[in-house]
Design a protein around this ligand. Structure first.
Ligand SMILES: [Zn+2]
Length: 969
């Protein structure tokens, strides 16, 4: 240990003191002035002095970033912001970041800013281009070249060669996706300035051969909120987060999950995808903060085998180049491999790999603020006291089953302070870490990546072209030749959504103009056809196939499955018959399709079939002033079957018709109401409860409710403690949050001072989506008592996922027990079968199958006692009967896993998936799973929506004598 440290210091000194002796970069950086083509370019002595002072150890600096040009007429970051990048205790608000880039663009032809959309809170989303004068002048031409390479069907191989000769790769950099990871968004401003102004041989080479594009802050709303929080609380912290709490919100809905938004639901992510599909940057590089001191992603196992094998060569090649270059500069702690993997395609920068480009990613050491803080490395916990700089709401965003501390992902390989084959020069010991160190590492890494790109620009373009070409060709050769999404499915609104999500990602979909006969079956005219001989054929397969996890012993960072057909309960047929490639189809040219609904017949009463469309609840709310009833039994009208749960609406047929058509539903106007039992679909006063310490999964439920136009109040402990919940609400929904009942009740620990989340003149971004004088302490036992009063008084409490520990643990559903799986169990988001036991229960309106695919959410293992008296003697032989209150259960076992990984699948055998437990005048409905998971498991959303719409129509069956529900082993 001692020897290694001494050596690393020795190397660091060697390179820092004797740069002129080196060759290549080392010589270039300081020879800058001598070889510059523009004699006006001089380095700024004030910059050199300041960054040297802010860099806490000499080896945390590199020869690429220890200087910065000063150019008359072109503003440096300091000229606009008033300080150099990396000054302690200085973070930049988004408006000032934009101000800087716009000032830079106004001053030099080498920078251009384009607006690509608006954030949820109305901030401009931009992409900043930086390149040589010629590159920026001819950006449109370069965009055209990349578009040709992205669709190899438009060019012959010979033409592609010519295009490659003329083209330049776009290297896209993105910071601020995670708002607590503040450094890269600061650094990128300096990088842009440096790329535009420096005349060293390296920067000139990058400028001439590469076009750099930058997302300054991927989540600007969250950025500003986090900067507010930093100036309010973080600026006083010296070691770790002494207040014990991070800012309750980043973006409007989500925290880290903007990097898990596989269906691009969030406007910021969608804007970037739209931009991507116009510009086709062959490389997208996301800059994060979490690892010591810089981790560069190399695409480790488990890997998605659909992606081009070339990619798996490219990723470690670049990562190893960065690691060796930065090690050469004497910078310790640069490593690759061993963190994050290449399985889930839902990370934001995967938009590049999914479209035949290259995802790249850094995790750079940093904190959520700009204070210099102590780091201790070398302890068994890996990152030390302050190793991780995220916002740290526990469970705040990583997939279920993933380690809470990302460092645990590499724990098996020892701490980040130990040497390994992928970490040849680890950082060790105790030292201060500053924002400028973060800037030095990030900028040196990125410049090194750009150096590599500028050394091999044609190889990168050629690879991009060949990967695109291979995608078309493998689609012709591989077993799976395409997919059919048949027309005539019961609920075509889910088909519409699935097609639109494929189209959003640029996947080509056609519509069969006639009946289709293939080995796999005959499909009606109008069926949707996805052929695999298209540039994005690999992505289509990745999204539509069942995920076969390669090695159950491997852990992964996020979900193991995402199969769109299973997630949305939509029939998607995998086709091997090569005839599919020759089918005549009408290509869908629009970004979206709309499958209009229809209202047939005449009469004054309208029946709307509940075939499981999530739009049913939207219809109900759009018609909130009309009386809408639900049929409790199936009925038929002509050739239309109306399953139980179908709506019966009296009056205003024209308005109902208009909404039915817009919402893609099936309806018939009847002369009179059908002769089946009906109940009124009253609209509940709905609240969604959120703790302060974990708002993200609540955010996904809010997003789902907002998208389907369901109004609700978002309430916190402040409202619960006021009491009389029943006076205000009929249904209170507790989304998955907190991880345990205890956490849900006691939430953020109070460390002696109140922590307010409130708007003020100084902090305008706080107090949004909720306000609190003190976010610590949780609702406490007095809150539990209020929830109990609510239920006993006739309210319906609905708990999802881990929130279902709460009613079980705190006696609100006294017969329900909530247990945990064993340490061997591992189920990162697989799709499994669930068996509906009470198909007549309103929760299952619209479901026509007894066994349905659901995403397993790692909620509690629920079981229900049925009032057995232990003094009655032993239970009767045979399997115990399932209690009446269990509405759905997991059959469990390996053969019930449909997609992805569940290790130890027998542990969930016959465990309750949904329990409906009457209590007093009200009831508690516990979902072990999460029927509103991200913007993904649309097939389950209706179980939640049906609960809301039928809240006061759920009838309890009389309890039958039964024994304790002991799950089968
Ligand atoms: Zn991150």
């Amino acid at each position: 240990m001692f020897l290694r440290e001494s050596l690393s210091r020795l190397f660091a000194c060697f390179f820092l003191l004797l740069p002129m002796l080196g060759s290549g970069i080392l010589a270039q950086s300081t020879a800058n002035k001598a070889v510059g083509f523009d004699s006006a370019v001089r380095d700024d002595p004030d910059f050199a002095r300041a960054v040297k002072e802010w860099t806490t150890r000499p080896e945390f600096m590199s020869p690429l970033v220890d200087h910065l040009p000063k150019v008359a007429g072109i503003p440096s970051p300091k000229d606009i912001l008033g300080h150099h990048i990396g000054e302690p205790k200085k973070l930049t608000y988004y408006a000032d970041i934009l101000k800087y880039y716009r000032a830079l663009a106004a001053a030099t032809p080498r920078v251009k800013v384009v607006t690509i959309g608006k954030s949820n809170e109305g901030r401009d989303l931009v992409v900043v281009f930086v390149g040589g004068d010629e590159s920026i002048r001819n950006l449109e031409a370069y965009r055209g070249y990349l578009a040709q390479l992205a669709d190899p069907r438009t060019v012959t191989n010979a033409q592609a060669k010519e295009v490659i000769a003329r083209a330049k790769p776009i290297y896209h950099l993105s910071g601020g996706l995670h708002s607590g990871e503040v450094g890269p968004s600061e650094m990128l401003m300096e990088l842009a300035y440096r790329l535009a102004t420096e005349d060293s041989a390296l920067i000139k080479q990058i400028r001439d051969t590469v076009i750099v594009s930058i997302t300054p802050v991927a989540d600007p709303d969250g950025r500003d909120r986090n900067v507010d929080w930093y100036y309010k609380y973080g600026i006083n912290e010296t070691e770790g987060r002494t207040t014990g709490a991070g800012v309750p919100y980043w973006g409007k809905y989500v925290f880290h999950d903007d990097n898990r938004d596989i269906n691009y639901s969030q406007v910021e992510m969608r804007a970037l995808l739209d931009w991507y599909l116009q510009w086709h940057p062959p490389i997208m590089h996301d800059l994060h903060q979490a690892q010591t001191l810089l981790y560069t992603f190399s695409g480790q196992a488990p890997q998605n085998p659909n992606l081009d094998p070339i990619l798996y060569g490219e990723l470690p090649a670049m990562a190893n180049f960065e690691m060796s270059q930065m090690t050469k500069y004497g910078m310790p702690g640069v490593w690759t491999h061993g963190f994050v993997d290449m399985w889930s395609p839902g990370y934001l920068a995967f938009m590049s790999s999914n479209h035949n480009g290259m995802i790249r990613m850094y995790e750079i050491q940093g904190f959520s603020g700009a204070n210099t803080q102590k780091m201790r490395l070398g302890n068994p916990n890996g990152t030390g006291a302050n190793g991780v700089g995220g916002p740290a709401p526990a469970g705040g965003g990583r997939g279920a089953g993933a380690p809470a501390d990302p460092a645990a992902a590499v724990a098996g390989r020892g701490s980040q302070a130990t040497r390994d084959w992928f970490r040849p020069l680890p950082a060790t010991g105790e030292f201060d870490w500053s924002l400028r160190n973060n800037t030095n590492y990030g900028e040196t890494g990125v410049l090194t990546a750009l150096q590599y790109t500028s050394q091999f620009p044609k190889i990168i373009l050629e690879n991009f072209y060949v990967k695109s070409r291979n995608s078309v060709e493998t689609g012709r050769k591989e077993t799976v030749a395409g997919y059919v999404i048949p027309a005539g499915q019961r609920d075509m609104t889910r088909v519409e959504r699935l097609i639109n999500l494929l189209r959003l990602q640029g996947i080509e979909v056609g519509r069969a103009s006639a009946e289709v006969k293939l080995t796999e079956g005959t499909f009606p005219a109008g069926s949707f056809i996805v052929k695999r001989d298209q540039p994005y054929s690999r992505l289509a397969k990745t999204l539509l196939e069942k995920q076969v996890y390669p090695d159950p012993n491997l852990r992964t960072y996020d979900d193991t499955s995402w199969t769109m057909g299973l997630m949305s309960h939509t029939e998607v047929k995998e086709i091997a018959d090569k005839k599919i490639l020759d089918l005549t189809v009408e290509p869908i040219k629009t970004a979206e399709i709309h499958l209009a609904g229809a209202l047939k017949g005449s009469g004054s009463t309208v029946a709307v079939a509940h075939n499981g469309s999530n739009n049913m609840i939207t219809l109900r709310y759009r018609l909130k002033d009309l009386t809408v009833q639900a049929a409790e039994k199936e009925f038929k009208q002509g050739d239309v079957t109306f399953p139980a749960g179908s709506f019966v609406i009296a009056g205003d047929v024209a308005r109902v018709r208009s909404e039915v058509e817009k919402l893609g539903l099936t309806a018939v106007a009847l002369p009179s109401a059908p002769q089946v039992p009906l109940h009124d679909l009253d609209l509940p006063r709905l609240a969604v409860y959120s703790i302060w310490g974990n708002t993200q999964e609540v955010g996904w439920v809010r997003y789902g409710l907002d998208r389907f136009e369901v109004p609700y109040d978002l309430i916190f402990k402040e409202r619960v403690k006021k009491g009389d919940l029943r006076g205000s609400y009929d249904v209170i929904l507790l989304p998955n949050q907190g991880g345990s009942g205890k956490r849900l009740v006691f939430d953020i620990e109070n460390r002696g001072q109140p922590i307010a989340y409130k708007k003020s003149d100084q902090f305008k971004n706080l107090g949004m989506y909720g306000e609190s004088d003190d976010i610590t302490g949780g609702m406490g036992l007095e809150g539990v008592a209020e929830f109990e009063k609510f239920v006993k008084g006739g309210g319906v409490l609905v708990t999802l996922g881990t929130a279902s520990y709460f009613p079980a643990d705190f006696g609100l559903a006294p017969k329900v027990d909530a247990a945990r799986t064993s340490g061997q169990f591992y189920a990162p988001g697989p799709i499994v079968n669930a068996e509906i036991l009470k198909p007549e229960h309103p929760i299952f309106y619209g479901y026509d199958k007894k066994v349905v695919p659901v995403r397993y959410a790692n909620g509690p293992l629920l079981s229900v006692q049925t009032g057995v008296n232990p003094f009655d003697g032993p239970p009767p032989p045979g399997p115990p009967p399932t209690p009446q209150s269990v509405l759905m259960r997991y059959p469990g076992g390996d053969d019930q896993v449909l997609s992805g990984l569940m290790r130890g699948a027998a542990e969930i055998r016959n465990r309750a998936a949904i329990v409906d437990e009457p209590s007093g005048k009200g009831r508690v409905i516990l979902f072990a799973g999460n029927p509103c998971y991200r913007w993904q498991n649309f097939g389950e959303f209706n179980m939640l929506f049906n609960t809301v719409l039928n809240f006061n129509d759920i009838k309890s069956e009389p309890a039958k004598p039964a024994t304790t529900d002991t799950p089968a082993r």
